[in-house]
Design a protein around this ligand. Structure first.
Ligand SMILES: Cc1ncc(COP(=O)(O)O)c(C=O)c1O
Ligand SMILES: Nc1c(O)cccc1C(=O)C[C@H](N)C(=O)O
Length: 385
């Protein structure tokens, strides 16, 4: 029997795939089949009878922290360091970056040129706001810059997975490099959370953020998460100092007194139903565990490559340990390929100018999906010369 078909496969039947092969890399996969029941139960059993009281008696006010604690083991974080404040990734990144810069009063904010555009935009805005210099360096130049000008860098923002190529950056060694020059390391985990071990605690990460709707499967616009290492929690000063980050929100005092611990990363009333959906999505991921999720992703990726026509250019590293959960293929007419595949019920995504990303979410992508995808790609492309 092939190694494909491990117990993890049992979870695949629990997703409402709608007959689609979802390899889009990786924005919004299928919901679990019982999500509707879970959401309906909250409406029927908590909201309806409790109404405003449900915030207090059904644990709703604690959900940003309890869901954060549920996510924590997938990130390699001990309890009390992850919160789902309830905002977008972009907003959460802004909050984290300003807070990190306030912890290190040095002139430079460093970011990789290959970062996802929102990270470049937010970092530029933070630099303008705080009067810092934004230094944008290519992936390799990033390390060189830290080596040569590290004493000027207050904060470095990086991602463990390049959103285009899938190429990995090692969290431990980059964080250690930052610390060696006295800078803080902030990580964008959007393309890693739920698919790659990030070991935030053992890697000594300072702050990290990531979205809830990619491999975590939290649903459309799922709220982002924020990690703040315990050692920073009493010092960190977030710019979005809303009342839910207050030590005693319902005292309603005029002065802001930050909450102790990770709660100070919260700001306003959390999007309750979205938190419930994310909580629900985390259950199977946590049950399986990040090492097994990662193993399965690699296995699916390798099966895909084994079935792919050899003339198709693979931009991602061939070594599965050097890439995240997706593979990028270079195809001149990427948009047309994306559409051609969608007509065959295979969802991938084109990223300008000429890349197709194919992602292997470990719980609902099956070996059959992988075979269907390679066959569909070959049928959409012209035969090789
Ligand atoms: C690496 C990365 N960071 C940030 C974002 C932005 O997230 P949001 O749209 O939730 O603000 C995305 C995806 O959109 C992303 O891939
Ligand atoms: N959030 C998305 C959406 O709602 C629709 C389409 C794409 C997205 C994305 O997240 C894009 C993604 N960050 C990327 O890596 O390209």
């Amino acid at each position: 029997m092939s190694a494909l078909g491990d117990p993890i496969s049992e979870w695949a039947g629990g997703f409402a795939t709608g007959g689609l092969v979802h390899l889009n890399g990786n924005s919004l996969g299928p919901p679990r089949v019982d999500l509707t029941d879970r959401l309906a139960a909250v409406v029927t059993d908590q909201w309806t009878p409790g109404q405003v009281r449900a915030w207090f008696r059904d644990g709703w006010l604690d959900l940003p922290r309890t869901v954060g604690d549920k996510l924590a083991p997938l990130l390699g974080a001990a309890e009390g360091q992850v919160v789902i404040a309830g905002d977008t990734t972009s907003t959460t990144l802004f909050n984290a970056l300003v807070a990190a810069c306030r912890l290190r009063e040095r002139p430079v904010l460093l970011i990789e040129a290959e970062a996802f555009p929102t990270d470049l935009y937010i970092a530029a805005s933070v630099a303008r706001l705080l009067g810092r210099e934004l230094v944008v360096e290519s992936r390799d130049g990033f390390d060189t810059y830290l080596g040569e000008h590290g004493d000027r860098v207050g904060v470095a923002l990086a991602a463990p997975v390049d959103f285009r190529t899938g190429r990995r950056r090692d969290i431990g060694s980059t964080t250690a490099l930052c610390h060696a020059v006295g800078a803080l390391a902030v990580w964008d985990l959007c393309h890693a959370a739920g698919v790659l071990p990030t070991n935030l605690d053992t890697n000594d990460v300072d702050l990290a953020i990531g979205c809830g709707y990619k491999y975590l499967g939290g649903g459309p616009g799922a709220p982002a998460f924020l990690y703040v290492a315990a050692r920073w929690q009493s010092e960190v000063d977030f710019p979005l100092a809303g009342w839910h980050g207050h030590a005693d929100p319902f005292a309603m005092t005029p002065d802001f007194v930050p909450a102790a611990g990770i709660d100070r990363g919260r700001n306003g009333t959390p999007p309750l139903l979205s938190l419930v959906a994310l909580d629900h999505a985390l259950e199977p991921l946590v049950a399986v565990g990040i090492d097994e999720l990662h193993r399965r992703t690699k296995e699916l990726g390798e099966a895909f490559l084994a079935g792919l026509r050899p003339d198709i250019e693979v931009v991602s590293p061939r070594d599965p340990d050097q890439r995240g959960g997706h593979l990028a293929l270079r195809l001149p007419d990427a948009d047309a390929v994306e559409h051609g595949l969608a007509e065959r019920n295979v969802l991938v995504d084109a990223r300008p100018p000429d890349l197709i990303r194919v992602a292997f979410a470990p719980l609902y992508v099956t070996p059959e999906h992988v075979r269907t995808a390679t066959e569909a790609i070959h049928s959409v492309l012209a035969p090789p010369n």
